[in-house]
Design a protein around this ligand. Structure first.
Ligand code: HEC
Ligand code: HEC
Ligand code: HEC
Ligand code: HEC
Ligand code: HEC
Ligand code: HEC
Length: 422
């Protein structure tokens, strides 16, 4: 190939490399947010919502505006070690601590890397749009499962690839016309037209090593993604089946502050939390017929199901039992017991089920994988106080492990296969 053409090709490669460098922060950024979301769900969602409602910690809506600026710097220090930041005399840190009844937030120094903390800050600063609380659409039915959307970066990457394709096409055209000019000047026969595919083959033929490296790279990337995808099969956080009556936890456990255990009394007593029978509903709904047409329509379904005639105020109609669609289901070979967690472990329902008080339709919050159970058993300190029945046992454990060590469920045998598998 002649000189000018070689030069042109070099500058073309350089230009492409330049475009790629420009594009790569975007690619990286997309990955950051996805990772930030993961970090958030695994470490922060137990205590923080992205809305305005408080769980254990304040809702993080607008937090980047209320913390000291630049927010990323302050939040980094806070998330890494909030106790240290408070000790350093940081006024805002002490204020937010006092405002929250001096409930200490977890220290993440050692658990999260600096990069993970930055990712989660990026995610909090720009979370994907959450569907607003929706109280008007009642029983739209229809929907089966709205699996959680994974990784929002897909479109960005497609757009970048599209732009690159356009640039490559333009550059090819430019090169071709230049080549023709050069050829004409040199008095050579115009170089033969090979077409895109021909060009690619030509390039591969002359750059076998580079081609092999590219192949290996793509193979490695697809293996990694494929592996992650396979791990995700049948893991369904976000699973949200429709229900025969559009019962809203938001209206009951949220707005009307009915205790979870009023309806799910089983959670305190044994393995299964249980779904309340419609008789429990009728304790209230004999009197409450609904303050708006949407509610009335749904509450009428309870009356139909139990055979209640509101006009006669009596159970004179035939009953038509309701079948709720189950949201959570562990495989049969795994043993999970609510009272072990709720009563003995004093784990809040929200830790495993999310902020149910705001749900308008029930959904699965946690992944319910073995890894999820195990992680929590590794991290959660056993509640030593206020469990009369176990006081003696706990004192013995303290002696064993030393007063100061955080005794986790894992230390007590919570990782033994037989505890969770029949
Ligand atoms: C065990 C519960 C808990 C966990 C887990 C937790 N936080 Fe917090 N967080 C709190 C509490 C409580 C506060 C309020 C300040 C205080 O009392 O220390 C807080 C405050 C904050 C604030 C300041 C809020 C404001 O209104 O100014 C930010 C930001 C924050 N947390 C981010 C995070 C991030 C990010 C994670 C996950 C990496 C996380 N938190 C995990 C409980 C928690
Ligand atoms: C007024 C009664 C009532 C109250 C109070 C109530 N629930 Fe429920 N809950 C139900 C009914 C009925 C269902 C089944 C229908 C559905 O899934 O929407 C249900 C379903 C659930 C499910 C999903 C069950 C499954 O199928 O896997 C969870 C989890 C749950 N509730 C947790 C809670 C928590 C946590 C609270 C307290 C914040 C609470 N509930 C308060 C009545 C109630
Ligand atoms: C402790 C009292 C109480 C119990 C028990 C109760 N409800 Fe309600 N329910 C209410 C109140 C209060 C409202 C709000 C009524 C209004 O604002 O018009 C309501 C509203 C509703 C609505 C309309 C809003 C919505 O969630 O879609 C439905 C449907 C409903 N309840 C179903 C049930 C079912 C099913 C059960 C039994 C699992 C049940 N309720 C148990 C008090 C109760
Ligand atoms: C440590 C985690 C954890 C806590 C805490 C927890 N749950 Fe559950 N919950 C689960 C798991 C796991 C399942 C699925 C159980 C199964 O399929 O056998 C479940 C299932 C349920 C169901 C479906 C019916 C059933 O029992 O299978 C309801 C309702 C429920 N939980 C309500 C509650 C309520 C109310 C609380 C708080 C009082 C609570 N849960 C606390 C993990 C938890
Ligand atoms: C949010 C944290 C958390 C999650 C998630 C969790 N656990 Fe636990 N689990 C605990 C705590 C805390 C205890 C200890 C209770 C105590 O103090 O003895 C415990 C105790 C147990 C025990 C009794 C162990 C013993 O030593 O006797 C079993 C069995 C168990 N969990 C099974 C499961 C299974 C199965 C899952 C997943 C489906 C799960 N847990 C998810 C926190 C959790
Ligand atoms: C804290 C509770 C817990 C302990 C301890 C535990 N498992 Fe599991 N295991 C589960 C749960 C829950 C599932 C179901 C997960 C799912 O459906 O994805 C499961 C699933 C499995 C599976 C099916 C494959 C899979 O990932 O779904 C195998 C195999 C398994 N466990 C083996 C073991 C062995 C071996 C041990 C001991 C080293 C062990 N488990 C200890 C809770 C536990």
């Amino acid at each position: 190939m002649n000189m000018p053409c070689k030069k042109l090709q070099k500058s073309l490669v350089a230009f492409l490399a330049f475009v790629l460098t420009l594009a790569s922060p975007n690619l990286l950024h997309a990955a950051d947010l996805a990772n930030g979301e993961k970090v958030f769900k695994a470490n922060c969602a137990l205590c923080h919502s992205l809305g305005t409602n408080k769980i254990t910690g304040p809702g993080l809506d607008g937090v980047t505006k209320r913390v000291p600026q630049p927010f990323a710097e302050w939040m980094h220090k806070w998330i890494k070690n909030n106790a240290a930041l408070r000790k350093s005399g940081d006024a805002y840190a002490n204020k937010v601590y006092a405002d929250n009844n001096s409930t200490a937030m977890t220290i993440f120094d050692g658990t999260l890397t600096d990069a993970q903390i930055d990712d989660v800050i990026a995610y909090i600063a720009a979370p994907p749009k959450a569907p607003g609380p929706d109280t008007t659409t009642v029983a739209t039915g229809g929907g089966t499962s709205t699996g959680e959307k994974k990784g929002g970066g897909g479109w960005g990457i497609l757009i970048i690839i599209g732009i690159l394709a356009v640039i490559v096409t333009v550059l090819r055209t430019v090169r071709k016309s230049l080549q023709t000019v050069v050829d004409q000047k040199d008095g050579e026969k115009p170089t033969e037209e090979r077409g895109v595919w021909g060009d690619i083959k030509h390039w591969i033929y002359h750059h076998k090593t580079k081609f092999a490296v590219i192949c290996i790279f793509f193979f490695a990337v697809s293996t990694v993604y494929g592996w992650e995808y396979l791990w995700g099969i049948d893991v369904t956080p976000g699973y949200q089946p429709s229900q025969p009556i559009n019962f809203m936890h938001k209206v009951h456990a949220g707005d009307n502050a009915i205790a979870c255990l009023y309806c799910h009394s089983g959670a305190e007593k044994g393995k299964v939390a249980g779904i309340p029978t419609l008789n429990v509903c009728m304790n209230c709904h004999k009197g409450i017929q609904g303050s708006n047409p949407d509610y009335q329509k749904e509450i009428a379904k309870i009356y139909y199901a139990v055979g209640w005639d509101p006009a006669k105020a009596d159970y004179t109609n035939p009953p038509h039992p309701v079948q709720w669609n189950r949201v959570h289901a562990l495989p049969d070979f795994a043993y999970f017991n609510h009272s072990q967690h709720v009563v003995v472990g004093k784990v809040e329902c929200e830790k495993c089920h999310g902020d149910v008080k705001t749900f308008t339709t029930d959904k699965q919050f946690a992944p319910l994988t073995m890894g999820w159970c195990i992680n929590c058993h590794r991290e959660t300190p056993v509640q030593m106080e206020g469990n009369g029945y176990y006081t003696k046992l706990h004192q013995a454990i303290k002696k064993n492990f030393g007063e100061d060590k955080k005794v986790t469920e894992a230390d007590m045998g919570g990782l033994e296969c037989g505890k969770c598998h029949y």
